[in-house]
Design a protein around this ligand. Sequence first.
Ligand code: TYD
Length: 131
Amino acid sequence: MGEPRWLNFKTVTDGRGNLTVIESGLPFSIQRVYYLHEVPSGQQRGVHAHKELEQIVIPLHGSLEMILDNGTSSEKFVLDDPTKGVYVPKLVWRTLQNFSKDAVLLILASLKYSDEDYLRNYDEFLEFLNV
Ligand code: TYD
């Protein structure tokens, strides 16, 4: 099982601004892309784990916090730099919170959407880890 980690994307900066590239060296091939935006103040997103899905989350604009919990320990990532993303392996309970009003979060996903891949209950998540 992989560990959560930061990914630094190549960024080309010149007088016309920044261009950030996500091209190769990713831990998985991208099957799906989606984004969160206009998340109301105080709202949490995520609050679940996935059996197989791996993701990379990138704050395109604004900021938020992501708590990643592998059932044993948890780690807080502050996402506020669009040149960096966080790799989220499978079987990690994720809670996204403290979205700034202007936050836009891009998510690259290793699999197409599947409701069966979700573990939405924390006890169910812990049980699944012990199987
Ligand atoms: P959910 O995964 O719970 O969102 P988050 O983890 O950001 O809080 O998904 C919210 C809703 O959107 C749910 O009804 C499923 C739907 N959905 C899709 O139809 N396709 C997708 O790719 C995703 C991620 C969610």
